[in-house]
Structure formats: C-alpha cells, structure tokens
Design a protein around this ligand. Sequence first.
Ligand code: C2E
Ligand code: CA
Ligand code: CA
Ligand code: CA
Length: 277
Amino acid sequence: AKRLGDGQTVEFSPVFEAVMRERLDLVARLQEAISRSEFELFFQPQFRATDRRPIGVEALIRWRHPERGLIPPAVFIAICEDSGLIVPLGRWVLREACRFQQRMAAAGWPQVSVAVNVSALQFQSGHLVEDVRLLVAEYGLPPGALELELTESIVMENSDAAITTLQRLRDLGIVLSIDDFGTGYSSMSYLRRLPVDKLKIDREFVNHVDQDEKNAAICESIIAMAHRFGMKVVAEGVETLEQLEWLRKHQCDALQGYVLARPMPFDDMLAALGPGK
Ligand code: C2E
Ligand code: CA
Ligand code: CA
Ligand code: CA
C-alpha cells in the first residue's frame, strides 16, 4: 500500500508492486552501470550500394553485464528514456563514437563516418548542440565524420525549435538522418522543410522487398521522394542477396544488414573491413 499526501492509502496489486520494484532496481542498476563503465559500442558497417565500399558505421550500444553477459538495447533503452538516464548515457555514446571515428581515420578509413542514435529526450535536452560543438573541436572531426540518427517523432513534433537545432548541428558539419523512416507519421510537407541529409528505410519494409509488392512500392516511393528532395537513402536490415540486388537496382544509395555485416566490437569491425585505402 502507498500512503498519499492526504493520509489516504491506495492498494496496489502484488504483481504491480513487484513490477514497480523490479523497475526501480533496474534503474538503480543502470545508474551504477554508467558509473562502472559497463556499456560498450558495437559497430555495423554501411556500404555504398554501387560498389559496396564502406561509407559509414552505426554505433549500437550494448550492456556488458558482469554476470548476465551482453544485453541488447531493447532491454534497457526504453527504461533509460523514461528515467532520464538516456541523457548521460547518450552523452557517453556521443563521446565514445567520436573517439572511435578518430581511430577509424587513423586506421586508414578517414572517409567512413560514425552514426549515433539520438533519443528524443537527448535531442530536446538543450545540451546537444553545445555537446556536439565541443566534441567536434576536441576530436578535430572533419565535416561529415559524425552522423546523427533521429527518429521521425523527434523531428516532426516540435517543429520550429527542432528545425533550429537541426540547422545548428548541420552548421557544425554533422550529417543528419531520419531513422526507421516510414514507421512514424511523417507528413510530406513537413519533410520538405527539414534540413536532413538521409532517410533510413526501416527494416520492416526492407524485409521481403523483393517478394512483397507493397513493401516494394513503399521502398520505391521513399527512394524517389528522397532523391527529389536531394536526400540519400540507406536501407537497414538487408538480410538476403535478393533484397540487396533489388535495392541496388532501385537506386538505394547505401545498404546495412546482416547479409553484409553484423554489429561487431570495434576491432572485429576494423578487421572485417580489411586494410583501409
Ligand atoms: P535501430 O536504430 O533501428 O538499429 C538497427 C537495429 O537492427 C540494431 O539492433 C541492429 O543490430 C539490427 N539489425 C541490423 N541489421 C539487421 C538485419 O539484417 N536483420 C535484423 N533482423 N536486424 C538487424 P540493436 O543493436 O539491438 O538496436 C536496437 C535499437 O536500439 C536501435 O534500433 C536503436 O533504436 C536503439 N539503440 C541502439 N543503440 C543506441 C544508442 O546508443 N542510443 C539510443 N538512444 N538508442 C540506441
Ligand atoms: Ca539507427
Ligand atoms: Ca531507431
Ligand atoms: Ca529500425
């Protein structure tokens, strides 16, 4: 039972209380994980569709739990968002990504960008532009080296403030892409106003693109529209050679997915790319 301010009590079901307690435990544990540096970044390459040259890598967070092993973001990102922990965690991801971009350049891949997923709360926190400005200076990142992946909801919600933020990030040489494109409620007229460089087609549509007429129509429309707007298109979740071939034939610019490379620790990813040119 919980005591309310006016002396009333409310009975919660035991199951509800157990769930809430578990959640609080997890928030506390995640806080601890941040201070103990238990998070790490995996990297999944993106390839140019025409010649399959690597052009970017997406940083994807993992929690290296001392007892439970590697935990995927699906288990903790939503809780980090609800509790606000995503702001410090997102800052850590950004810095780590810049550090690895510098290492990519040193390994002979200066033109390969590092893409970071940015959550809505982090975007709206008011620190993002200043954080990025400092990191670009500290790591000497050239224009195009750092990319931010934003979801449709972030950029569609808060129009004028969002556009100003996007413009400032772009002025710092940051490449902006809209993640999971097609799953939200993007309005065409709004998209027209957005200063973004890329659309990432969600894997929901990429999957079976070569077999399903409707998915094919969605992908063709996204690609045509993006190109008319001067944007590039990345397909995520490419799992078969047939999908890959379909996307290449239909002018998709870049490809990312298990058929080309899985997310990997940085050193494995570098080894998989081979010697840089
Ligand atoms: P996302 O941004 O849509 O990232 C793509 C997800 O699809 C990744 O899952 C990736 O491992 C997976 N994937 C890549 N290729 C394939 C494929 O061919 N087939 C299939 N079935 N899956 C593929 P992951 O790494 O588990 O990340 C899940 C989500 O967690 C991401 O979805 C992103 O929204 C979020 N996330 C990951 N890292 C971060 C981070 O640092 N910050 C924030 N805010 N969110 C993150
Ligand atoms: Ca992403
Ligand atoms: Ca996403
Ligand atoms: Ca996705």
